[in-house]
Design a binder for this molecule. Structure first.
Ligand code: HEC
Length: 136
């Protein structure tokens, strides 16, 4: 009996803690939201600069030459099976594929700030488009 009580008490404590944490996580102000949006948009802007820059690869080609305003990048369809890679991949692997092939450059590490900027830019351009993972 005592053991059951202890377990029940522990359960109540965990649930209580979780609720307190969730309540705290909900507390943010309009200023917070504006700041976070500003942070996000500054990364999108970096992505846009990389998109149109000939410096990413080695042959002076820019992503924007084939994908103006991120056209034909279809981020909403990822993860999906990509024939070039022969497996299901996230968007980042196709960003690297184009970096290595049309741009004759080096793949970026998946957590490279440039990769995050490119991904932010591409997905921002396609905001509002319905998710369609796996679609061709
Ligand atoms: C010389 C033209 C060219 C350039 C420059 C180029 N790409 Fe691509 N890209 C392609 C082609 C062609 C495909 C189609 C591959 C496929 O899906 O069969 C593609 C596909 C993609 C896809 C996947 C699209 C989809 O529908 O799934 C992404 C994402 C992408 N490119 C990102 C980039 C990025 C990022 C850069 C710059 C680093 C870049 N591309 C530069 C030609 C280009």
């Amino acid at each position: 009996m005592r053991r059951i009580l202890t377990v029940a008490m522990a359960g109540v404590l965990v649930a209580g803690g979780l609720m307190a944490w969730m309540a705290r996580a909900d507390e943010f102000t309009t200023e917070d939201q504006e700041r976070w949006q500003g942070e996000f948009m500054s990364v999108v802007k970096e992505g846009r600069a990389l998109w149109t820059s000939g410096e990413l690869g080695t042959n002076g080609v820019a992503c924007a030459q084939c994908h103006p305003n991120a056209a034909n990048t279809h981020p909403e369809t990822y993860p999906k099976f990509q024939q070039q890679l022969g497996r299901v991949v996230p968007l980042r692997d196709m960003i690297n594929w184009c970096l290595q092939h049309p741009l004759e450059g080096q793949a970026l590490a998946l957590d490279d700030p440039k990769m995050i900027a490119l991904e932010s830019y591409i997905t921002y351009e396609r905001r509002g488009v319905k998710l369609a993972p796996g679609k061709h």
